[in-house]
Design a protein around this ligand. Sequence first.
Ligand SMILES: Nc1ncnc2c1ncn2[C@@H]1O[C@H](COP(=O)(O)OP(=O)(O)OP(=O)(O)O)[C@@H](O)[C@H]1O
Ligand SMILES: [Mg+2]
Length: 273
Amino acid sequence: MPAAVIAVANHKGGVAKTTTCLSLGGALAEQGFQVLLVDLDPQAHLTLSLGIRPEEVRHSVAEALLAQKSLVAVSRETQVAGLDLAPASGDLVILDKVLYGHRGYEYRLKQALERSSLPYDFVLMDCPPAFGTLTINALTAADLLIIPMQCEFYAWRSLRSVLELVTVVREKTNPSLRYRLLVTMYDMRSRVHRMVLDQLRRLFPQALFRTVVQVDARLRESPAHGLPITHYAPRARASEQYQAVAQEICACFSVPSAFLTGSAQIAEYSVIA
Ligand SMILES: Nc1ncnc2c1ncn2[C@@H]1O[C@H](COP(=O)(O)OP(=O)(O)OP(=O)(O)O)[C@@H](O)[C@H]1O
Ligand SMILES: [Mg+2]
């Protein structure tokens, strides 16, 4: 089976894109899958959260985007069995600007993924908080887009923009892009959070992951230990919640999962009422 390619993106900053990438990577690896994490953010938070210093990275994902090296050649093992990383480096800042000048820049990552047969079941790509060339590359290459979002009042505006981008990407470079929404940092004591979650459930009954990731301080600690929550604090609430999201993802791709109980369909919604 070719690797299932998943982008984690939202141009809004601080909505748990990197945390979601890392935690889902840990959860899928824990279930016995081979997983490649791709750090497409010049901030290199995913790389840092696995205990790797970007300034010491010799080969980064930038070289794969420039077709100088294969994605496998720039990837490295992490402390977690089954979880590899194509790290970011400072080069990504410049690359984001340089790529604009190149015809067909949107397909660089897709080509890098297709160039060699990847020994992975899942590829998870962490995007920067912007709709630049790197995010467009991720959405062009992806089978599935996960949109992490908080249940804040302003979340609607950014969700609308992300879904508009999905429409453009489907028209131009990736007609089969599917998406799902993931509620993160949910606080059930907050009236606004409860209200927004209710609205999301009504408007996106199938595109919304059934699992909601609640606020959990242990998620803030795990990057300091270079580990996903699933390996840093396996019994933590957030660890169990990300495990449940991983099961829903397996259902999306009809991949048998150790804990799979049902199958989910991704609904196609491109506008918000
Ligand atoms: N469920 C959660 N509970 C508590 N803290 C969380 C949770 N999810 C993420 N965080 C924390 O929120 C902060 C932002 O998360 P993260 O860096 O994953 O967001 P991001 O969307 O990748 O940000 P950026 O847009 O800068 O890339 C981090 O300090 C992270 O540890
Ligand atoms: Mg991030």
